[in-house]
Design a binder for this molecule. Structure first.
Ligand code: GRF
Length: 216
């Protein structure tokens, strides 16, 4: 069951780009339910870093191009993250595949947002693939990160319609609006101690979320 945490949850956010999800999280939760200790990008010069700096959040670049393999990049990344001892690591448009060791290290305290109604359309180019498949609905999912890529237990999803004249861009814009709503919502639940991962099942207030979704 939930408890009222006595202090904001320490969070580290990983980005690769524009950081519009980061901005939504800053606007909704930072300085209240959560304390964003650092924002880390694997790409230098991205807008998300500026968004963080503007509100005084520490930023780092761990450029994957400076590493010869995935493992050494992930080790360097974890060293920076762990300086802040976060209770939660948030992947917000972080476009890197993570090693099983890295995922294991943060198991149960790492969330990702994926622009599809998981388990549909794992991987890249989700909007175009949903259109090409003739889907009537598309959307976005927040999930715990487990070693299976885009396959961890879903915490919350939001649906949007696909219109006949949609392009990948118009659909992405509609989905992104929902991303900015549900990611802060999911992180808020985690910060309130209402959300956890147990035996590869996401629990909300102690109840499996898959069952709740099935009852929708
Ligand atoms: C979002 O669509 C996210 O779901 C995807 O990458 C995009 C990142 O956008 N994985 P932003 O950097 O948060 O603006």
């Amino acid at each position: 069951m939930s408890r009222k945490p006595t202090r904001p949850l320490a969070v580290v956010i990983l980005i690769s780009g524009s950081g519009s999800n980061l901005q939504a999280i800053i606007d909704t939760l930072h300085g209240r339910e959560i304390d964003i200790k650092a924002v880390i990008s694997n790409r230098p010069g991205v807008l998300g870093l500026e968004r963080a700096q503007k509100v005084g959040i520490e930023t780092h670049v761990v450029d994957h191009k400076g590493f010869t393999d995935r493992r050494s990049f992930d080790t360097a990344l974890a060293q920076v993250i762990d300086r802040y001892q976060p209770g939660l690591v948030v992947l917000a448009g972080f476009m890197r595949i993570l090693t099983p060791e890295f995922v294991e290290h943060y198991l149960g305290r790492m969330l990702n947002i994926h622009p599809s109604l998981l388990p549909n359309f794992q991987g890249l180019n989700t909007h175009q693939r949903a259109i090409d498949a003739g889907m009537k609905e598309h959307g976005v999912s927040v999930h715990f990160v487990t070693p299976e890529l885009d396959g961890g237990p879903v915490v919350v999803r939001a649906k949007v319609p696909i219109h006949a004249d949609d392009s990948a861009e118009t659909l992405a814009t509609r989905v992104l609006k929902e991303e900015h709503r549900i990611y802060p919502e999911a992180i808020g639940l985690f910060a309130a101690d209402r959300l956890r991962l147990q035996d590869n099942v996401a629990l909300l207030d102690g109840h499996p979320i898959a069952q709740l979704a099935a009852a929708e």
